[in-house]
Write a protein that binds this ligand. Structure first.
Ligand SMILES: [Fe+2]
Ligand SMILES: [Fe+2]
Length: 340
């Protein structure tokens, strides 16, 4: 009888006998085909004397796939239990950007898969490892429930530009970038959910206050270490659109990019609406149009203050469209007329 058990990833290296690396390249799984078998396997192998388990993972990934440039992330420790005795190893995730020639070994070739094949060398183990990995790319259910119940509803009382639909968009965009950059899903989600959470204390310092609000939320300690909480709070402090300095870390870059959400139509709509509500002394369309154009120029124009830190396709395209409109008075005017 064979059984696979998962453990916390911080178990001491000494207890570990092997490393297995679930690897992706251009978002496809990288699997190995053995010379003498028609089945596939996840790259990995035995620990050798003197190595740390991370070194084992790097060496095995190179030997079995030829990967030379990659990021490596520990996922879990797992044990394979056979006849009452258990051997433990570490599961890693690698995002490979470059391969050299495949070194000579028992591996005949590597192949790329959108979804994993059925013919595994170890069908009782390997599919479980990939499943475990996929669950890493989901937000912890308990954390999500806590945030949906206690944090998201705060946005109900905020202005239109920072309401529930705004925070949901920032969460959705953040999760897309988290997947793209292989970062911790729970952290990216939490940063997005808290990023404007203290807007009720005023807009000017909302990034500082929202960061403090996150740090002071004792409940989060259940899911995050002190270091993670600090990193998330820095990300929130760094998210302001008018900030000229780049964020200190990837979570700040992700939430900033997600927060910008440069959709040309939505921006024109929002600026026009804002103008109508907050500048009601302006008597006519011409006046509101002028104000809208000035604001868009100041923020999104060629010399505008908005900065994109990840240059996502969505935001780059949105910015391009706004700049085209700024140069084409007729087009921008028509767009603004829709909201008059
Ligand atoms: Fe904000
Ligand atoms: Fe925001």
């Amino acid at each position: 009888m064979l059984k696979v058990n998962f453990y916390d990833k911080d178990i001491m290296d000494k207890a570990l006998k092997f490393a297995v690396i679930a690897a992706k390249h251009n978002r496809q799984w990288v699997l190995c085909k053995h010379r003498e078998r028609d089945t596939y396997e996840v790259p990995g192998g035995h620990w050798e004397n003197g190595e740390t388990i991370d070194e084992t993972a790097k060496r095995e990934l190179f030997e079995e796939t030829g990967a030379v440039a990659f990021t490596l992330k520990p996922i879990a420790v797992y044990g394979v239990e056979r006849d009452g005795s258990e051997t433990c190893g570490k599961l890693f995730f690698a995002d490979v950007t470059k391969f050299s020639e495949l070194p000579k070994s028992e591996i005949e070739k590597i192949e790329f898969f959108d979804s994993p094949p059925d013919n595994w060398t170890y069908p009782l183990i390997q599919p479980l490892l990939l499943k475990k990995l996929e669950s890493e790319f989901e937000v912890n259910g308990e954390l999500k429930e806590y945030i949906e119940k206690n944090i998201i509803p705060r946005y109900k009382s905020f202005d239109k530009a920072h309401d529930i639909s705004h925070v949901n968009t920032v969460i959705k965009n953040s999760m897309e970038y988290a997947e793209q950059y292989y970062v911790d899903f729970d952290m990216a989600y939490t940063v997005a959910a808290y990023h404007d959470a203290a807007m009720n204390e005023g807009r000017k310092e909302h990034h500082i206050n929202s960061a403090r609000f996150l740090r002071e939320d004792e409940s989060l300690r259940k899911w995050f270490t002190a270091e993670q909480i600090l990193k998330m709070s820095e990300a929130i402090e760094d998210h302001r659109a008018s900030s000229a300095n780049p964020p200190r870390g990837i979570y700040g870059a992700i939430v900033s990019e997600a927060d910008r959400d440069v959709d040309a139509e939505t921006i024109v709509y929002r600026v026009m609406e804002y103008s109508k509500v907050c500048f009601s002394e302006i008597p006519d369309f011409e006046g509101h149009y002028k104000r809208t154009k000035e604001h868009i120029e100041e923020k999104y124009g060629e010399n505008g203050y908005i900065k994109l830190w990840l240059n996502s396709e969505r935001n780059t395209n949105g910015l391009k469209k706004l700049r085209e409109w700024l140069k084409d008075d007729k087009a921008l005017r028509e767009e603004c007329e829709k909201y008059w």
